[in-house]
Design a protein around this ligand. Structure first.
Ligand code: OAD
Length: 238
């Protein structure tokens, strides 16, 4: 393969695991402690908004104490290297943390939203949010109370930036999936979309994901090891 210029990287919780952010489906993951129906669905929010706010408030409060790791930083290096080659890295992340941004990447599509943003159910504004949210929070745009919610995509809701992600896959010479179990669609379907378009697909994960058989190549190990090694290979390719 000649040096790829345009790459789409899909990331999941596994890339942030070594930064100290819990994954979802591993033995000690978030969904072993919480029922996703209670904290990550519109129905759960309608039934108990205080519980849902507390769940996301705790995760938002924990963010400043975690830092980007070598895998986040390697992807920022890849973005710079591809730009210098006249290409582009499109980083599509399922993660709601800000570790890709703090690692130095810029072209990021947060398909499941962002913890550091809130949205207003009344006026649909999306605003920066660094503190706690509650049922008493007031929208800074329309001044209404009671409609503020975390800017995260819940089960049953439409992920964001799907057209942009599909366009990027269509124009890519390589698709790479990093630290995701491949169990949540539509993200889990990107590899099949890529392969159907003839785009090679690489999996970088701690262990084979549910979709491992769909990838054309794979490297298994901790993200802080396999991602920098793989980025180095791509950036030294002629
Ligand atoms: P999961 O928890 O489902 O999967 C994490 C993956 O990362 C697993 O395949 C692990 O083997 C792998 N992993 C763990 N530690 C790793 C490490 N140090 N290096 C590399 N890989 C590692 O998380 P996601 O696939 O991101 O959505 O989950 C997808 C979506 O499901 C999330 O965005 C979230 C969740 O429910 C919503 O909340 C809507």
């Amino acid at each position: 393969m000649s040096a790829p210029k345009n790459i789409v990287a899909l990331t999941g919780a596994g890339i942030s695991a070594e930064s100290g952010v819990a994954t979802f489906r591993d033995a000690d993951g978030v969904w072993a402690k919480y029922d996703y129906r209670e904290v990550a669905t519109p129905e759960g929010f309608a039934a108990n908004p205080a519980l849902v706010h507390e769940f996301y408030n705790a995760r938002r409060r924990a963010l400043p104490s975690v830092n980007p790791n070598a895998a986040h930083m390697a992807l920022a290096d890849l973005e710079k290297g591809l730009t210098e080659r006249g290409g582009r890295l499109t980083l599509v992340t399922q993660n709601v943390d800000d570790l890709h941004e703090r690692g130095g990447a810029t072209n990021i599509l947060h398909m499941h939203g962002e913890l550091l943003k809130a949205e207003c159910a009344s006026c649909a504004s999306v605003i920066d949010c660094r503190g706690d949210l509650s049922i008493e929070s007031v929208c800074g745009v329309c001044n209404r109370t009671g409609g503020m919610r975390p800017h995260v995509v819940w089960f049953g809701e439409m992920p964001r930036f799907m057209e942009e992600a599909a366009d990027a896959i269509m124009g890519a010479e390589l698709f790479v999936s990093i630290g995701t179990s491949g169990s949540v669609y539509p993200a889990a379907g990107f590899v099949a979309e890529a392969r159907a378009l003839g785009v090679p697909a690489m999996e970088l994960n701690l262990e084979p994901s549910e979709n491992a058989h769909l990838f054309s190549d794979a490297r298994y190990g901790p993200a802080t090891e396999v991602v920098p090694q793989w980025v180095n290979e791509i950036l030294t390719m002629k």
